[in-house]
Write a protein that binds this ligand. Structure first.
Ligand SMILES: Nc1nc2c(c(=O)[nH]1)N[C@H]1C(S)=C(S)[C@@H](COP(=O)(O)OP(=O)(O)OC[C@H]3O[C@@H](n4cnc5c(=O)[nH]c(N)nc54)[C@H](O)[C@@H]3O)O[C@H]1N2
Ligand SMILES: Nc1nc2c(c(=O)[nH]1)N[C@H]1C(S)=C(S)[C@@H](COP(=O)(O)OP(=O)(O)OC[C@H]3O[C@@H](n4cnc5c(=O)[nH]c(N)nc54)[C@H](O)[C@@H]3O)O[C@H]1N2
Ligand SMILES: [Mo]
Length: 750
């Protein structure tokens, strides 16, 4: 591969878009934006430094205390012994075998949550799941940190799997541009977040579409704590975090009390408004949900709420809801309530009307494309039927055998003895990291595949060095993108890194399940076979893609699969004929009241949406912790990825904390200095950044930093998850509630 020092250029795909890569010898030396991308992301600039960074895991490594004495404690503090591949694989395979034979496969947690890298075949989490399935199964996880709560609640409301709703049933930008007159954005629509999309995002279009929508005169209202959650030109209603349901209820109250609610729609297409209305009007609890009631909760003036409600009823209105709203305590409520509000407006199923989720969350939402699937490496069947809601991992590790509720079932947590993680970084992504660190000491063995010495790798017993996409070939194809890529191997594996597939093959062969895992094929053979199958599927839809060698030659192609039609799958046919095309709910209609949910008997998620304040929000702020911290996605990166090199950039760490000048002044903070952000759960450093684009009383600290070493009482780089709460959104959704946290900020004494 390395032919002297000639410079070669390839195009590859990634979660943050396609980009050009310059290679000299064995090294990636530069990256450049891809020619077809009108709005390329800056993220790839750091790729060369990250790929060749000294914090790559060079060789298989085993934690000394575990190797010598099978000692559990010491994860995060012990040093590591490097071993040859054969020896390390022997040890790991024997250990997995021991655990499954002694404790059964229900003692293995293989959730392995995280985004890993783009590429159809070398998707680390899927690879790990297939391997564990061949080994007799594993305890899996339900949902994602992104939309775990919505994935539980929304099927009860619309009768459709949430992911299908997102990607197949929502209007595309074309339709919104053409038809929507009022765009009401709870949590904004943020082009910063739309830089990324799982599996790839070639033409970044969200910012451009938002501009066109504004230019057309569409009224765009950003309702949330930060002005910067929407593009310039949108109106901003600075909202108290966690109060969206109160605001939506007040909008609903205005519609109902002023005769603006569409009762013909409610009668024909929904069920349960009669159960909800008495609550809305205050007949059940003595509190009408008037704008005057909502104003002190959400910080928006009653007249503003009234005017907006009238406008929403008078024009074609699309309500959009950011995923962040359900990443907070009681996150079920704003999601459900937005469906009720949209039902009352009666525009669901009309082009550019109704409600949509996650526009701007990732770039793929709003790109309406013809479905062209394929190239899925089978994970096989999991013989173990137990799973946990993904964000309940620390509870699970802490509480084996203890029952918990989730979406109508009640089950004890499994007793986990072995954790296998590939493609994710829980010591970046999970809430209350100091508590996770404690819980993490409980399993007997933790195995991690990782390219870098992340905080998770540093807390594993066995670490296998994994390749990055630049060190292996793959195919890039994302369900929400209209490009296809051959992703070439550009450089040899760094250090002794191996592909996840080869690592797992090595384990599988030692455990006597090699034939089942590989089916006798190398990764090159699998990639060609999966591609041939995809090519056939494409042909059956009249789409021609080249043979494999042809794709290798041309590197990338655009797929003719754009489909600007509105509401293709669900709501338009339902509106047309609600009896003939019913929704998948028990009633066949939109469920404003759900008998199913009511039957669960959960006080934290009753039978219709209600206002339930979060455990921590500005409504119950204390003297000790008076500020609400939101922890959004980082603008300059994807989660914790490429952090190895980013943390070297002068001034990049600790992470910038957005704080209002009034809040800063009250604490003697002038801006740009390093501050301490803290609460009873932990503390981290951050760089104060003063801005009037944030609601006073709220601070924003993006995710992205690696959690520091244990023992320190202040996390050095600014990971907000030392401060966040590790509680489920409710007994129904059990999603992560990362955006719910009260903190204090102080100048750091030197
Ligand atoms: N406070 C707070 N916390 C949050 C959120 C929030 O809003 N606020 N958001 C949550 C959300 S929505 C998400 S999705 C999570 C993100 O959660 P994370 O798990 O932190 O996401 P990534 O950083 O993408 O993790 C991917 C890991 O896989 C590694 N990797 C990349 N390629 C490969 C490969 O080929 N093989 C292997 N073995 N490893 C690979 C990367 O180096 C990286 O360590 O964070 C969640 N945490
Ligand atoms: N650049 C970049 N883009 C990303 C990612 C990344 O790591 N980097 N990660 C991707 C992933 S995995 C996901 S899941 C999506 C997540 O997409 P989102 O869920 O939309 O993203 P967040 O950044 O968590 O939150 C968006 C905004 O919501 C606001 N907000 C927080 N709490 C509340 C509230 O209670 N009410 C209201 N109205 N607003 C609130 C905050 O001001 C925040 O800036 O982003 C994706 N996009
Ligand atoms: Mo996510």
């Amino acid at each position: 591969m390395a032919d002297g020092n000639t410079r070669r250029t390839h195009v590859t795909s990634s979660h943050w878009g396609a980009f050009e890569v310059d290679v000299e010898g064995d090294r990636i030396v530069a990256t450049r934006p891809f020619s077809q991308d009108p709005h390329p992301s800056d993220i790839p600039a750091i790729v060369p430094a990250a790929v060749h960074h000294s914090s790559r895991v060079a060789r298989p490594s085993i934690r000394r205390g575990w190797l010598d004495r099978r000692e559990r404690m010491g994860r995060g503090t012990d040093d590591y012994v490097e071993l040859p591949w054969d020896e390390a694989l022997d040890i790991a395979a024997a250990e997995i075998d021991r655990i499954r034979k002694t404790h059964g496969n229900e003692a293995i947690f293989g959730g392995s949550y995280g985004w890993s890298s783009a590429g159809r075949f070398h998707h680390a989490q899927s690879q790990a799941h297939r391997f564990l399935n061949c080994a007799g199964g594993y305890v899996a996880s339900f949902g994602s940190y992104s939309t775990g709560c919505a994935s539980a609640i929304m099927p009860h409301v619309f009768g459709v799997v949430f992911q299908k709703l997102l990607y197949e049933c929502q209007d595309g930008w074309h339709t919104i541009h053409e038809h929507t007159e009022t765009l009401v954005m709870f949590g904004g629509i943020n082009p910063k977040n739309s830089q990324v999309s799982m599996g790839g995002m070639t033409e970044h279009g969200t910012a451009g579409w938002m501009q066109r929508i504004l230019d057309k005169g569409t009224r765009c209202v950003n309702i949330g704590p930060q002005r910067t959650d929407a593009v310039d030109g949108c109106e901003w209603l600075p909202l108290t975090p966690g109060s969206d349901t109160a605001m939506m209820l007040a909008l609903a109250f205005v519609l109902e009390s002023e005769g603006l609610a569409d009762h013909a729609f409610l009668d024909r297409y929904t069920t349960g408004f009669d159960r909800f209305r008495p609550y809305l009007m205050g007949e059940t609890d003595g509190q009408p949900k008037t704008p005057e009631w909502a104003a002190p909760l959400c910080g928006v003036e009653p007249e503003t709420i009234r005017e907006l409600a009238r406008r929403m009823a008078a024009t074609r209105t699309l309500i959009t809801v950011s995923w962040s709203l359900q990443r907070g305590h009681h996150g079920e409520q704003p999601f459900w309530m937005s469906a009720v509000l949209a039902s009352m407006l009666g525009q669901i199923g009309l082009p550019g009307g109704g409600v949509g989720y996650g526009y701007g969350a990732i770039g793929g939402i709003g790109k309406s494309l013809m479905g062209l699937t394929g190239m899925t490496f089978s994970q096989k069947q999991n013989p173990v039927k137990r799973f946990i809601p993904v964000a309940r991992i620390a509870d699970m590790l802490r509480n084996p055998g203890v029952p918990y509720d989730f979406n109508g079932r009640n089950e004890p947590y499994p007793d986990i003895r072995l954790v296998y993680w590939a493609g994710g970084n829980p010591f970046h992504h999970h809430q209350d990291l100091n508590a996770l660190h404690e819980a993490w000491q409980k399993p007997e063995t933790i195995i991690v595949n990782e390219p870098w010495w992340t905080p998770t790798a540093k807390r594993a017993d066995i670490v296998f060095p994994a390749t990055t996409p630049y060190e292996r070939e793959d195919i890039g194809r994302a369900p929400t993108d209209d490009y296809l890529f051959y992703m070439p191997a550009m450089i040899p594996p760094v250090g002794e890194a191996r592909d996840d597939y080869d690592i797992l093959t090595g384990l599988a062969e030692r455990m006597g399940i090699g034939a089942d895992f590989t089916e006798g094929k190398t990764s090159a053979e699998w990639i060609r076979e999966l591609y041939a199958d995809y090519r056939e599927r494409a042909a059956s839809k009249g789409i021609e893609v080249p043979e494999f060698d042809g794709l290798v030659e041309q590197n990338w192609m655009q797929l003719p699969i754009r489909d600007p039609g509105p509401n293709r799958e669900l709501f338009a046919p339902f509106r047309e004929d609600p009896e003939g095309s019913p929704l998948g709910t028990p009633s066949g209609k939109i469920e404003i009241f759900s008998e199913t949910i009511d039957g669960f008997g959960y006080d934290d998620c009753p039978g219709h949406p209600v206002w339930l304040p979060a455990d921590e929000w500005l409504g119950n702020a204390t003297v000790d912790y008076p500020l609400h911290m939101v922890s959004p996605q980082p603008g300059d990166k994807l989660h914790s990825q490429l952090e190895a090199a980013l943390r070297d950039v002068e001034g990049a760490r600790p992470v910038a904390l957005a704080i209002h000048p009034d809040d800063a002044a009250a604490r003697g903070i002038e801006g740009r200095e390093i501050v301490r952000v803290f609460n009873a759960r932990g503390a981290c450093r951050a760089r104060a950044t003063l801005t009037r684009d944030i609601r006073p009383g709220v601070v924003a600290l993006p995710t992205g930093a690696w959690f520091g070493d244990p023992g320190g009482n202040i996390d050095p780089d600014g990971n907000p998850n030392v401060l966040t709460r590790d509680v489920g959104t409710s007994r129904l959704g059990q999603g992560c509630s990362a955006h719910t946290a009260l903190v204090e900020v102080a100048k750091l004494e030197r």
